[in-house]
Design a protein around this ligand. Structure first.
Ligand code: FAD
Ligand code: SF4
Ligand code: SF4
Length: 839
């Protein structure tokens, strides 16, 4: 007769235990019975937020109902286990069942910790853990405008992003002096706060909530420093508490601050009862991540089959995308005191990058690190850290940007026995074996090895290993866009053009999988706009905030307005209109580096009327918000300047008008100088033109910004017609072949054959595609339409220009102070003196 195992809790870890035991118990020694309080079998809680972006409960399920049936696992959903009769080895349930067991597995997980603040029970306070929680939040958000998330940890920031996506003005309130205090040091916390605030979520640190105000329903949060934050709803994400109530009542040993005490065999104080996942307390530690839970599930399934196994603690490394930015941390985040260990830090507030390595005193061992803004080095660093690999002589090379000589660890350097996926314990060797045995895509590799199916943190490294191994096996791997498309950006561009596909939905249905993600949606939106030249708002659901509102969002949640001023030339009348509009709407004015005028401080609901006035006066969109041609900067050239040898202003105006509105993989800038003195800095542009006595010199692929690159001299002393022909071909070739979000400078550094190849294609027509490139460019030029004119003439598009998704109210939390006679965003303490956080 089979022995019976009861698993209490069918969450991620409870399910994983069932899956592991089913697959290992080939002799069918055990029968599994599992109870779950939730109304559905285990689902992927790690990706819970995707429920808001269209994934259904079914999509998130770890396994379908019939998996349990097919594998003889008796699943009881919606059924709470209410007590454990240890003496008779029986579990009693709320439905009145009494089920005996031979072994019992506690996989009861945890519940959100809700601090006992007066008023916390009011209507409008939510937690963020289950599908039902998300449904309740979504329903309540329909009638709310502002939301505060209590807790600035991983889950709090994820909840804040979800609240913002629901159209709510969102605040994060954190008790500690920095965000993610467990994973980040002070400087990284400051950087993350800056990034998050820049994306429109306001962060309040050092805030202890003393009361939730309101009648029956939340109306404000009151803090111990006597400040107040008016809000319509609150999401509490202040940590987790292990669900140990059943264990406690059954007399099992629990920790002082909660958690079912287990030893390295995951046994509780009762030798017939194991505890795994977030309810288990091992050496004073509750592991709030899925990978350690899976390791526990794996170990117990082995132990039950008489194999040797144990749990010796787990690594708490994490890598996440929080509110669109990469954040990762592993090991020690600060050099341990008196250890002699050193910290190597890159802190670049301008480009919002923070990278830190903690290295042993002898420089040989990596003890830990933090990455904010760019976590591409995480996979390699984690390998060095976890496997004790030798560090390069200059450790900083591991975190330098690729363009500055980074020596980031490549797939080849990783030893075969290194663990790549800690959720599923998959090594590099396992991955390579699977590839040798025929796995030909990341999807197949995931399905076959299960690597990357837990928290997903290892997917980038797994992809690198896949590519390297395929290359080694002589198979060419395409540079796939993301996990939803097996095609590179270039291939998708060709598919769209060849098939005439006009929408993302049609493309993903025919050539991709699932619903898409934040990588493929904007990339495809940009290709569709580049190819068919339709106003970007027709693909607005695929774009980032700037495209959604045809304006750049600023750190205080307001927007900027930048009309096109071709070549930087403007008449006094037009200048007066800009001044009048700025005055009427009380906007801040400043000249940009691209020789036009920026008006800042506009609320989203003001944008249409501001633009209407500008368009009526003959202006058009300047595309300052888009991945498109921005400006063509020029000097006054031979018309005014005594050194000028050609009319640089006229050429700049013509060129800017020719390419205006053309969508591309990244922004494009141009410049025209009237002589070699180069007053327009044309050689720091994607295309730069410098006048010569005989005609024009063309330079390509330069850029300023973070990693400046001088443009390469492409052609000399050419006439105007040839010049335009070359730029047409050059830009179109770039649009067709560059990767997503790749500027021309990066594209050039990656281009096989570099400048020579580009010259061959554009000047010598070595690929025979120049006619096609010119025709495609001409089609874009002929179909140009000002996006703002199109938007204000379309009532449907106008509906989106509201401060809140669910009402027409103005956003009254925006505040300004006066600096040098113009408005400037109020800082938090200045705001506090006004109204948003009223004393
Ligand atoms: C929004 C969100 C994002 C996350 N992101 C990440 C991430 O990026 N990376 C990461 O590693 N981790 C992440 N986590 C954490 C991860 O989801 C958890 O570590 C994991 O779900 C723990 O699994 P578990 O089975 O131990 O607990 P749970 O998933 O909580 O499952 C426990 C189950 O047991 C049930 N139960 C409890 N008591 C009883 C009882 N008496 N009778 C019957 N059933 C009972 C509960 O209802 C629940 O369904 C995230 C969590 C959330 C909420
Ligand atoms: S405008 Fe540009 S340089 Fe200035 S702070 Fe913003 S990103 Fe930095
Ligand atoms: S680049 Fe030459 S022509 Fe233009 S302003 Fe400077 S000196 Fe004059």
């Amino acid at each position: 007769m089979k022995e019976r195992i009861i698993v209490i809790g069918n969450g991620m870890v409870g399910y994983k235990f069932c899956e592991r035991l089913v697959s290992k118990d080939t002799a069918k020694r055990y029968q599994i019975v599992t109870f779950c309080e939730e109304p559905r079998p285990a689902y992927d809680r790690v990706h819970l937020s995707e429920y808001f972006s269209g994934k259904s409960a079914d999509d998130l399920a770890m396994a379908k109902f019939n998996w349990y049936e097919d594998n003889g696992v008796e699943l009881h959903v919606n059924e709470l286990a209410t007590s454990i009769d240890r003496k008779n080895k029986r579990v009693l349930t709320a439905a009145g069942k009494v089920v005996p067991y031979d072994k019992l597995i506690m996989a009861t997980g945890s519940s959100p910790f809700v601090p006992p603040v007066p008023g916390i029970e009011k209507k409008g306070v939510f937690v963020y853990r289950t599908i039902e929680d998300l449904e309740a939040i979504k329903a309540y958000a329909k009638n709310s405008k502002t939301c505060a998330v209590i807790g600035g940890g991983l889950l709090g920031l994820e909840a804040a992003k979800a609240a913002q996506d629901l159209g709510l003005k969102t605040h994060v309130v954190e008790f500690a002096p920095r965000l993610m205090p467990r994973q980040l040091d002070e400087d990284a916390g400051i950087m993350l706060k800056d990034i998050i605030e820049e994306r429109g979520i306001q962060v309040h640190l050092n805030k202890a909530t003393k009361n939730i105000a309101g009648e029956d329903t939340v109306s404000a949060m009151e803090f111990s420093d006597d400040s107040k934050l008016p809000v319509d709803m609150i999401i509490v994400s202040a940590g987790i508490r292990p669900r140990d109530e059943l264990a406690k009542e059954a007399g099992l040993e629990v920790g002082e601050r909660g958690g079912i005490q287990v030893n390295s065999l995951l046994l509780t104080s009762d030798p017939h009862i194991f505890a795994i996942g977030e309810c288990a307390l091992y050496e004073g530690m509750i592991y709030g991540l899925v990978a350690p839970g899976y390791q526990m599930a794996d170990a117990v399934s082995d132990l039950l089959l008489g194999k040797e196994a144990s749990f010796e603690g787990a690594d708490m490394s994490t890598k996440l995308k929080l509110i669109g930015t990469d954040v990762a941390s592993f090991g020690a985040i600060e050099a341990p005191a008196d250890s002699g260990a050193r910290e190597i830090v890159i802190n670049d507030p301008h480009s919002k990058l923070y990278k830190k390595l903690v290295v042993s005193a002898d420089g040989k061992t990596l003890l830990g690190g933090i990455l904010v803004g760019d976590a591409s080095a995480y996979g390699g660093l984690l390998q060095i850290y976890q496997n004790g690999l030798v560090m390069p002589p200059e450790p900083i090379q591991l975190i330098l940007p690729a363009s500055e000589g980074s020596a980031a660890m490549g797939a080849h350097d990783i030893p075969s026995d290194a663990q790549i996926c800690s959720c599923e314990s998959v090594t590099k060797g396992d991955l390579c074996d699977a590839i040798d045995n025929g796995c030909g895509s990341i999807g197949e590799l995931k399905a076959c090895t299960k690597a990357g199916t837990g928290c997903g943190g290892c997917v980038p490294l797994m992809t690198d290993i896949f590519k390297a191994k395929m290359k080694e096996n002589g198979v060419v791997v395409s540079n796939r866009l993301c996990e939803h498309f097996d095609h590179s950006r270039t291939e998708l561009y060709q598919i769209i053009r060849a098939t005439g596909i006009q929408t993302f939905e049609e493309l993903i249905k025919k050539h991709g999988t699932s619903l898409g993600c934040e990588v493929c949606k904007p990339a495809v939106g940009s290709i569709l706009a580049s190819t068919w030249n339709k106003p970007i708002l027709e693909h607005a659901q695929l774009q980032d905030t700037n495209d959604t509102f045809l304006a750049n969002i600023q750190q205080d949640g307001t927007y900027s307005v930048i009309p096109r001023v071709p070549g930087g030339e403007i008449t006094p009348d037009k200048l007066i209109v800009i001044g009048q509009v700025a005055k009427k709407y009380d906007l801040y004015m400043k000249f940009t580096g691209g020789q036009r005028i920026d008006m800042l401080g506009a609320r989203v609901d003001q944008l249409p009327s501001i633009w209407k006035e500008l368009i009526d006066a003959g202006f058009e969109s300047g595309h300052a918000y888009g991945k498109a041609l921005r400006t063509v900067k020029s000097c006054v050239g031979s018309s005014w300047c005594r050194f000028g040898v050609q009319d640089s202003t006229t050429l700049a105006i013509d060129v800017e008008n020719r390419y205006r509105g053309i969508r591309s993989p990244h922004k494009i800038k141009g410049g025209v100088s009237g002589c070699a003195r180069e007053c327009s800095e044309a050689r720091s542009k994607d295309f730069g033109i410098i006048a010569t006595e005989k005609g024009w010199n063309l330079y390509v692929c330069g850029n300023g910004g973070m990693n400046p690159r001088h443009a390469d001299l492409f052609a000399t002393d050419i006439d105007r017609e040839t010049l335009i022909k070359y730029i047409d071909r050059f830009l179109m070739y770039y649009i067709k072949t560059a990767d997503k979000l790749e500027r021309t400078a990066t594209w050039m550094t990656k281009l096989d054959g570099g400048l020579k190849h580009l010259q061959d294609v554009v000047i010598n027509d070595s690929l025979g595609i120049c006619d096609e490139l010119e025709a495609q460019m001409q089609q874009l030029i002929d179909t140009f339409e000002c996006e703002w004119t199109n938007a204000i003439n379309d009532p449907e598009k106008m509906k989106r220009f509201r401060s809140f998704s669910n009402t027409d109210d103005k956003d009254d939390s925006i505040h300004f102070v006066k600096v040098r006679d113009q408005i400037s965003p109020a800082r938090l303490n200045e705001t506090a003196e006004e109204t948003a956080i009223a004393q």
